[in-house]
Design a protein around this ligand. Sequence first.
Ligand code: GAF
Length: 372
Amino acid sequence: MRESDYLDCLGDHELLIQSPGRINLIGEHTDYNKGYCLPAAIRQSLFLGISEAPAMKFRALDTGDDWGYGNQQRPHWMVYLQGVIDFLAAQGIKVPPFEMEFGGTLPMGAGLSSSSSLTCGFIFGINQLMCLDLPTETLTAWAVQAERASGLMGGMMDQISIFNGRKKEALLIDCSDWSFKYYPVDIPGFSWLIADTGVKHKLVDSDYNNRSLACTGILRTMQLNGFAGASISELPIHELSQWESHLSEEDFPLLSYVLEENKRVLTFAENLTAHQVNELGQLLLEGHAGLRDQYRVSCAELDFMVEFAEQFEGVMGARMMGGGFGGSTLHLLKEDAKQDYQHAISKAYFKKFDKEAKIFEAELEDGVRRIH
Ligand code: GAF
């Protein structure tokens, strides 16, 4: 279904909410380490139609599965919706019964944050439906907490960008205090492409939480040995080597990756402003190498796409995006190489993995909004 089909299908609901997905230009696995990241909301979105009803009912238009209409099996996405309802109840907010139908152009499990898009869109919708008047900062913080019910020990990058996204702009987030600044992303003559490997990633079943726990362990070891910071991101990069002997062979590369990635984010933002596309491309490739070799969250399909990008004329750079273990890659390339590249990478990917890659342009858009 296209965007307009969702609007038609859901148009009769009292409330119609558009909740986008997100890309991340750079700064991966830094959010829960209180570092920096540079995400943006995208055009691909979920649409949520909500109306008051005698009993709670939820339906996913794309898969046809539902909850509250008599179905015996609870759909997997209910964990996010129930997470919001339970979290609000714990704050003393009892959500009245209503009906919600949702669906959209945002692919699920593609590393574009479909679960946060659903959670954020839902809490935003309840805020409207119940006229709670909660400010965006509160909705963001609550969406982060509610999503933890799924078992993922995620950060706050996805929710901040989904709530605060702006057309043609990315947000440089300082995850130590959740503050952010907007950076224009439009570079004349260049495009950003997203390539979905089709390797579905369900982060909660991946090693994501193990990386997060490992970083907490690294911090504890450092603190026990005299480090005064409250997060590993506070360690000045020139002091990195002092910690090698305190950490295991697996853990030290995690620490070095996080510090180097934080530095890459700040350099990337400067180069974005100056339209330094060669530097941007190089930083994307370096970020990917760090995720593959130091943080170890890539996979063969993601690596293949990035290696392909590296040797293609007109492509400045590429990297995996999001939590990893599947999902999508992001590519910066010359506008006039776009068509040939799309064709070539799809063909090569299919030949290698016998799978279709879905490739589309990253159009940066506003964050969650009410359509009516
Ligand atoms: C997932 C998480 F939800 C984010 O918080 C972030 O950690 C990301 O993976 C990796 O940068 O999207």
